[in-house]
Design a protein around this ligand. Structure first.
Ligand code: FMN
Length: 390
């Protein structure tokens, strides 16, 4: 891959390894769980770039589907033998079911780390009291964390959340204290409220406040709007966080992981490949998806959602761009890609924000949800049906 230093480097981030129970993660860089994206093939591509360093979290898995051994869920929890440590994200609303899921993972050796999702803002989740709506119910949150930590045995359990529902219902400091009291191994904060979805800019000062609030033995991980190694270094310096969680910046850009690792190791190696390298990675990504799904065509069809991210900023032409987004076989994909100038340099416009940027949207909550932050009613079981995304 061609790497060039075109921007003035910022001071490297100084940080210690991230300790999650018995696990030690170096550097403290985590691939954010992204539903529909961070499956085994994508995690493999990112890990290859990082030289196996860092932590790569699975797509979120609903606890109810897991304990019921739903076939699709059992595929989602599949890890490639090369993945070490194996990190799984769970989404659940019922303390008992979350506890059963954690126990199953621990007893059956399905993963080495469990992350719990309390950040999902999508209406079909918050409407039932799940995701980013849940930390508002302090006692329910406590129960879920307690059951997860108790049943996970020696496995570290971490939590990931947003700042709250909206500016009038900020929950992250309470939730962080509760998490620490219940023994979570780390706390990740996306510096947005649920109502913001992906609009505006992540508020990194909230990450700093969480770091000041939570006892120092519990690592705080910062998340939101890291698009480059410089951003990661800046977040660590500005907030004092113990590590970073990176999501959208890696979409169509698994080599960002190489850059992220390099900044923590003392020297930024800007990973800016030419199009030839990008095209080879695209084919490999589609191939891995096909192997994972067990069907080449379905793999290529699943890959279509990644095309616009990989080709962002490159000169491709609208006709080929459309053709790439409707490809049905690896041969077709390779053929289309061979018509694009492989020598093109990484364009400046491929840096910066990418992926979801949806604007503020009303947070739909169950009736009376905000009346009492302390009641412990468990949301109905269908809060876990057909949920995805964060
Ligand atoms: C497509 C997509 C799917 C996501 N799915 C999840 C998820 O399953 N669990 C979760 O905790 N967060 C999820 N998120 C949120 C990310 O983990 C992350 O918190 C968010 O994108 C902000 O980080 P970023 O600015 O680095 O992207 C998702 C985000 C995107 C864009």
């Amino acid at each position: 891959m061609t790497t060039t230093d075109t921007a003035a480097p910022v001071a490297p981030a100084t940080a210690a390894p991230l300790r999650l129970g018995a696990l030690e993660v170096w550097p403290p860089v985590v691939l954010a769980p992204m539903a529909g994206i961070t499956n085994a093939p994508f995690r493999t591509l990112c890990r290859e770039q990082s030289g196996g360093k860092g932590l790569f979290v699975s797509e979120m898995i609903t606890t109810r589907a897991l304990v019921e051994r739903n076939a699709k869920t059992m595929q989602l929890i599949h890890f490639d033998p090369s993945e070490q440590p194996r990190s799984v994200q769970l989404y659940g609303v019922d303390p008992e079911t979350v506890g059963r899921a954690a126990k199953m993972i621990a007893e059956e050796g399905l993963a080495d780390h469990i992350d719990l999702n309390f950040g999902c803002p999508v209406p079909k989740v918050t409407r039932k009291g799940g995701g980013s709506a849940l930390p508002y119910k302090r006692n329910l949150l406590r129960d879920i964390l307690r059951q997860a930590v108790r049943n996970a045995g020696d496995l570290p359990v971490t939590m990931k959340m947003r700042m709250g529902i909206d500016d009038d219902h900020i929950t992250y400091l309470d939730a962080g204290r509760i998490g620490a009291e219940e023994g979570v191994a780390a706390i990740a904060l996306h510096g947005r409220t649920a109502i913001q979805h992906y609009s505006g800019q992540a508020d990194w000062s909230a990450i700093a406040r969480l770091r000041e609030t939570v006892p120092s033995h519990v690592p705080v991980l910062g998340n939101g709007d890291i698009w480059s190694a410089d951003d990661a270094a800046r977040m660590v310096r500005e907030t004092g966080c113990d590590g970073v969680v990176v999501g959208r910046g890696c979409l169509g850009r698994p080599w960002l992981f190489k850059e992220l690792v390099s900044v923590f190791e003392g020297e930024i190696d800007y990973a800016r490949p030419d199009f030839g390298y990008v095209a080879r990675t695209m084919v490999r990504h589609a191939e891995l998806l096909g192997e994972w799904i067990g069907d080449e065509k379905r793999g290529v069809v699943d890959f279509r959602k990644h095309v616009a991210w990989y080709t962002k900023g490159f000169s491709v032409g609208s006709e080929l761009r459309n053709a790439l987004a409707t490809t049905s076989s690896l041969a077709e994909l390779e053929d289309h890609l061979s018509r694009i100038d492989a020598a093109q340099h990484w364009p400046d416009s491929a840096d910066g924000p990418r992926g979801r940027t949806s604007g503020a949207a009303r947070v739909v909550l169950p009736e009376g949800w905000l009346d009492d932050p302390y009641d412990c009613a468990v949301p109905s079981a269908d809060a876990e049906l057909d949920t995805s995304g964060g």
